[in-house]
Design a protein around this ligand. Structure first.
Ligand code: GLA
Length: 384
């Protein structure tokens, strides 16, 4: 923390008004469902992005990062799609979105310290957006951190920063996770109406660990693949005569699929519909303490993402196959896919063995060494 305060002092000549932070996330299940009005079940990671900030009298955003030691200055009214470029878009975009909502926000001096691994599919961008949103809410007296409704408004502003300024067509799960997840709970997020429910998620009494493996494979979310999946879903929804694919959940699946003209649309739709159902399966299994069942549903989700949605990759499949072969109860890719991270439910006694087996498998396949670490469900965006 002192490093962050020191850097702020060096940049501005005074101490920050405060420090705010927000977490990265892993999604337990419910992948590629958020932009289909579906369900997701993320937890907040212990890894957080911190931002020290003070308000300014003018409209300037002065943004500095400890990670790349760079500074960017931009006026709020000059923020637009692609400007500023790079990671500062997430910071500037949030202030821009809050102003667009009619909030009286001014310029900020901001120094950022990001501890969420970058490019690992763990939502470092949402952590940054939500830390800045939390700071802006407090510094400009918006009071939006104090209630669920207020946090929903902040999460929506963060998503618009990502969609409209950074140009990434993501759904809203990551920002909702950073704003609403709580310690020792997973968040059942209903992306149709924005409602949330806290589901107890504390594996310690089961002697089980949630292991995240960052494959270090490149995360191509911003390229065409993610957008292409969204478009397929929108196309399928249009053919089926519904707003979102959520609306066909509960209808006989075979009959729904038979209405679609090609195999790709049928596979994409089958993933979304079955994945939404799997979220509530996991919620029930967690409530019953049946982690073996949770694990089986994880694997079904991974297979659906691999075969029907086609967003997995060699590295993610290798983590899942290796973890399962060495005693994991379940394992699956998490996040957008095409690289990034996988999660595995592993008996505590087997964590070292599973971690070593994954490292060995990557070495044998001549892949970049992955990084595995246990995580627990942590706290949402707040003032530190
Ligand atoms: C990325 C996006 C999310 C969500 C997931 C897939 O993390 O940012 O909105 O669509 O992919 O579940």
């Amino acid at each position: 923390m002192p490093r962050l305060q020191d850097a702020f002092m060096t940049l501005t000549g005074h101490a920050p008004d405060g420090v705010w932070s927000a977490p990265g996330r892993v999604n337990l299940i419910g992948e590629h469902t958020d932009y289909n009005g579906g369900l997701a079940l993320p937890i907040a990671l212990p890894h957080r992005t911190r931002c020290a900030a003070s308000p300014r009298e003018d409209d300037l955003l002065r943004i500095h990062s400890l990670q790349d030691d760079s500074s960017v200055e931009v006026r709020i009214d000059d923020v637009a799609e692609g400007h500023p470029a790079g990671w500062t878009a997430y910071v500037a975009g949030v202030v821009w979105a809050l102003r667009k909502d009619g909030n009286a926000v001014r310029g900020l001096d901001v120094v950022v310290d990001g501890q969420v691994p970058l490019g690992a599919g763990l939502s470092s961008s949402a952590a940054l957006e939500c830390a800045v949103a939390a700071a802006a809410s407090d510094l400009f007296g918006l009071g939006l951190l104090d209630s669920s409704d207020g946090r929903r408004v902040l999460a929506a502003a963060c998503q618009r920063a990502e969609n409209d300024i950074a140009g990434a067509p993501t759904g809203g799960m990551d920002q909702a996770a950073a704003m609403h997840c709580t310690e020792r709970h997973a968040l059942r997020l209903d992306c149709l109406d924005g409602t949330t429910e806290q589901v107890p998620f504390d594996l310690t009494s089961h002697d089980v660990v949630l292991l995240v493996t960052d494959t270090r494979a490149s995360h191509a979310l911003a390229d065409g693949q993610y957008g292409a999946r969204r478009e397929s879903c929108e196309q399928a929804a249009e053919i089926l005569g519904v707003e979102t694919l959520r609306e066909v959940v509960g209808r006989p699946l075979d009959e729904t699929l038979a209405l679609l003209p090609d195999e790709v649309l049928r596979r994409r739709t089958r993933h979304v519909v079955t994945e939404i159902a799997r979220v509530d399966e996991v919620v029930s299994s967690l409530r019953e303490g049946d982690l073996a069942a949770v694990g089986r549903t994880f694997v079904a989700s991974h297979e659906s993402l691999r075969d029907d949605y086609e967003v997995s990759c060699t590295e993610l499949d290798l983590v899942v196959d290796t973890a399962m072969a060495h005693g994991a109860l379940g394992s699956r890719m998490t996040g957008g896919g095409f690289g990034g991270s996988a999660i595995s439910l592993v008996p505590a006694a087997d964590v070292d063995r599973v971690t070593a087996a994954i490292e060995d498998a990557f070495a044998a396949a001549h892949l970049t060494p992955p990084s595995s670490f246990p995580v627990t469900a942590s706290a949402p965006a707040h003032r530190d």
